[in-house]
Design a protein around this ligand. Structure first.
Ligand code: NG6
Ligand code: CA
Length: 495
């Protein structure tokens, strides 16, 4: 007897491919012309391309926290950019997306950038790391602890530093003074910066000719090679898919591109004619194409939902002198949006998002208002896992909208800029409360989005957030201020 299609199709494998600092205007399918992204353009042509999909934050750790837990990051005081030795910020009792999917028998894996902390205080990098991703819902993990500009520059596989030589222990320190006098830093040995120069924050231990944030020594055999990182993550991701092809599986593939330091593999060096930032976006695009091709080759694309998105908006100069600003030329990483990474303006959090699921979604475009908060509730639903209301945290079950079957998404959502400063979007309106602070993010050529007076924008007429309508519409300012307060005051859908 033939298997009925509903049975054959469910539950689907779920793959989230998450870029790091990729902007709303960085891909060809979002209007860019300067950097070729043929694989993502093809993915968008075969899938659903979203225009109003948001990360919860304009920086990495808080967005990633929300993606996995469904909770707004500002509810967790530890959800801000973490050092490489910070303790894990996901609580032992918090439900995560992989944890929920495991209830339906999914195999779960994270590959790539973690940046949600490891251990519970002092980490012994030479022993077992606990808690680790394998304690918060993942069966297996192969990650960098924090960012590619932060030490330790090693991969952590499950509970251990990968390829560590026990005779060369790894030590990590965050603080002002270098505790390892024999280890060259950007400050002490600028002549050893053979690949990139950093700013005053990226000036500590030199790894592979690049100064990083934080100090470390030892662990030489475990030290990553920045130029092969893309291949290493891709191989790990493909290997998990191959081993678990019988499904169902969940893969969270958190790419490092185009975060700084931007160091493309030899295959992509110089490929974009837009400098290293363009090269690593092409490299990222290639990785996505390889993952989709792998699913196809195994014959499981028809039962897999792949989501591509980014953790926050783009930035050109973020601590290294890689000339991204001058080389980028006419290319606008934010597209028509204002701001960028760190900012309260839309460029900080509105991110390119594509959902690809051959046979399950109709190709098209969706303007539904959605947040990465909704992944936990929506993918649990797709997997047939019922969640208690409290387990959905701040997320909504919007699977139909995420699959592009309806344009009805959220009515409102909250995002945050750097420093956990929150704002609210409702329908096409954005309200930013008054905040103290400079108009530009410290040391960055990015508008912070803060202002001493309230800001109100109508995105349907003014996507670039140029005309502040707050003075003209005090009633709407009051109502949206109250909406923001009510969301902050309690979890769950606004009633
Ligand atoms: C900042 C770093 C920046 C980047 C960011 C995290 C400085 C001046 N800047 O502190 O380079 O690493 O943290 O980026 O230190 S994120 O995408 O992971 O949030
Ligand atoms: Ca980021």
């Amino acid at each position: 007897m033939p298997i009925p299609p509903a049975t054959r199709q469910s539950p689907p494998n779920i793959v989230i491919i998450y870029a790091d600092d990729l902007g709303f205007g960085d891909l060809g399918c979002y209007g860019a012309s300067g950097i070729p992204t043929p694989n993502l353009d093809q993915m968008a042509a075969e899938g659903v391309r979203f225009t109003n999909f948001y990360a919860t934050a304009a920086t990495c750790t808080p967005s990633r926290y929300s993606l996995l837990t469904g909770s707004y990051p500002w509810r967790n005081p530890r959800a801000h950019i973490l050092d490489g030795d910070a303790p894990i910020i996901i609580g032992p009792d918090e439900l995560t997306l992989p944890g929920a999917l495991k209830r339906a028998g999914y195999a779960t894996s994270v590959v790539g950038k973690w940046h949600l902390g490891l251990g519970d205080g002092k980490i012994d990098w030479n022993g077992e790391i606990r808690p680790a991703p394998v304690d918060v819902g993942f069966d297996e993990s192969f990650v960098m602890a924090a960012t590619n500009d932060r030490v330790p520059s090693v991969f952590v596989k499950d509970r251990r530093v990968h390829d560590l030589d026990p005779n060369d222990p790894l030590e990590v320190f965050y603080g002002k003074e270098n505790p390892f006098p024999e280890v060259p830093t950007g400050r002490s040995h600028p002549e050893r910066l053979t690949l990139l120069h950093g700013d005053q924050q990226h000036f500590d231990t030199i790894v592979n000719g690049v100064p990083r944030i934080g100090f470390c020594r030892g662990g030489k055999a475990a030290t990553w090679d920045d130029t092969t990182m893309a291949d290493v993550f891709l191989e790990r991701a493909k290997d998990f898919i191959t081993r678990r092809q019988a499904g169902p599986f969940f893969l969270y593939l958190a790419l490092h591109q185009p975060h700084v330091p931007r160091i493309p593999s030899a295959r992509f060096k110089g490929a974009s004619a837009k400098g290293a930032r363009g090269d690593v976006i092409m490299e990222l695009d290639w990785m996505v194409g390889e993952v989709l091709a792998h699913l196809r080759a195994l014959g499981i694309a028809e039962n897999t939902v792949v989501v591509f998105s980014s953790d926050n908006g783009p930035i050109l100069l973020d601590g290294y002198q890689d000339r991204a600003d001058e080389l980028t030329g006419e290319h606008r990483p934010c597209g028509p949006l204002r701001g960028g990474k760190y900012s309260l303006f839309d460029g900080g959090t509105r991110v390119p998002t594509i959902v690809w699921a051959p046979g399950r979604v109709q190709p098209g475009e969706s303007h539904a208002l959605l947040s990465q908060l909704d992944f936990l509730a929506s993918f649990s639903h797709l997997a047939g896992v019922p969640l208690a209301e409290a387990e959905r945290a701040d997320g909504l079950q919007l699977a139909e909208a995420i699959l592009g079957k309806t344009d009805r998404g959220r009515e409102s959502l909250v995002t945050e800029g750097i420093g956990s400063k929150t704002l609210v979007r409702e329908a096409n309106w954005v309200y930013i409360p008054p905040y103290p602070g400079d108009a530009f993010v410290t040391n960055k050529a990015v508008e912070s989005g803060t202002a001493p007076e309230p800001q109100l924008y109508d995105l349907s007429a003014d996507v670039g957030q140029r005309a502040n309508l707050a003075a003209a519409q005090p009633g709407r300012v009051r109502a949206m201020g109250a909406l923001l307060e009510s969301i902050r005051a309690r979890r769950g859908p606004v009633v």
